[in-house]
Ligand binder design. Structure first.
Ligand SMILES: NC(=O)c1ccc[n+]([C@@H]2O[C@H](COP(=O)([O-])OP(=O)(O)OC[C@H]3O[C@@H](n4cnc5c(N)ncnc54)[C@H](OP(=O)(O)O)[C@@H]3O)[C@@H](O)[C@H]2O)c1
Length: 284
């Protein structure tokens, strides 16, 4: 297949910021969709658009061969992503790669998994070459806890459950591979790290990488909620608690070989992540 032109949504975000250089390395012409023109993604064409403004999205999609769809988990995320997919089809985009989540299911007790399943179902019904990526918990999500990790601890309502958390650089590598090769139409790929790890093991890996003593504390859902009330919008906070309950039930411990199969390199391990991001977890 000829290298396509690709619109990357969420280009400044966790996965998108790694996907842009991964696509460039494959010789792809990238158009980064951004909201703030004062913070362009370097080295590629930027287009200013907001998923909540359909005209801007339609303009961003014009002339693109393929699109990568990723946006934060907000109360209106399903509506925004479904509209994006429809606009992509209308714009003549040939291929859509959708970022979903591990265990997305219409009847899940986890709201994030329900909205992802709703978007997946819509995209499957469109007459469009599509692929769904379902990554598990991001190791990079730990960066959001760096404030307490630099003080030697972090807490979450997960107990001793193991999760096959994934490094977002691997998600970007998979997305780049899927966007630039054939044979992925209609596939749904579950993406995980190479093993399931407990939060105790995460604390140990971070301690080893930083040379500091970092401890994990199991927290009750109530204490976790109290700590984040006012920090996160209530819909997201309730969703996060549902997500952790799902992890705590051991429902996110499965390991998939898709990263290695699709990228040709092994999935990055927790210890790779801890080493590469050690400075982020070390107080200045
Ligand atoms: N976190 C995890 O562990 C995890 C695990 C599995 C799946 N996921 C899924 O990953 C997805 C992304 O999650 P994330 O929290 O890591 O976010 P993220 O990818 O970092 O997303 C933020 C990006 O979306 C852009 N954005 C925000 N609102 C937008 C809008 N209205 N229109 C256009 N672009 C907009 C942001 O742009 P600005 O720079 O302008 O703000 C930024 O580039 C979610 O669907 C989530 O369910 C997450």
């Amino acid at each position: 297949m000829n290298t396509p032109t690709v619109l990357v949504t969420g280009a400044t975000g966790t996965v998108g910021s790694a996907l842009v250089p991964a696509l460039q390395a494959r010789g792809v012409t990238v158009r980064a969709m951004i909201r703030n023109p004062d913070r362009p993604v370097p080295g590629v064409e930027n287009v200013v658009a907001d998923l909540r403004e359909p005209e801007s999205v339609a303009a961003a999609l014009r002339g693109m061969d393929a699109a990568f769809l990723n946006s934060p988990s907000t109360e209106d995320a399903a509506e925004l992503q479904i509209r994006f997919a429809e606009l992509a089809r209308n714009a003549g985009v040939h291929r859509l790669v959708l970022l979903s989540q591990y265990a997305a299911r219409a009847d899940s007790p986890v709201r994030f998994l329900r909205w992802h399943a709703e978007v997946e179902a819509y995209v499957r019904g469109l007459d469009l070459d599509h692929t769904v990526l379902r990554p598990n918990l991001y190791l990079q999500a730990l960066l959001g806890l760096a404030g307490t990790i630099t003080q030697g601890w972090f807490a979450a309502p997960i107990g001793g459950a193991a999760v096959s958390a994934i490094d977002t650089r691997d998600i970007a590598d998979v997305a780049a591979a899927v966007l630039t090769s054939t044979g992925h139409t209609g596939h749904t790929y579950t993406l995980t790290g190479p093993r399931a790890v407990t939060h105790e093991q995460i604390a140990h890996a971070l301690s080893t990488a930083t040379g500091k003593d970092i401890t994990f504390h199991d927290a009750s859902a109530d204490r976790f909620t109290a700590a984040l009330t006012g920090v996160l919008p209530s819909w997201q906070l309730e969703g996060l608690v549902e997500d952790y309950a799902h992890y705590a039930r051991g429902e996110a411990a499965g390991v998939s070989a898709s990263v290695a199969d699709l990228t040709g390199h092994p999935a990055r391990d927790l210890t790779d992540f801890a080493r590469d991001y050690a400075t982020a977890f070390t107080a200045a």
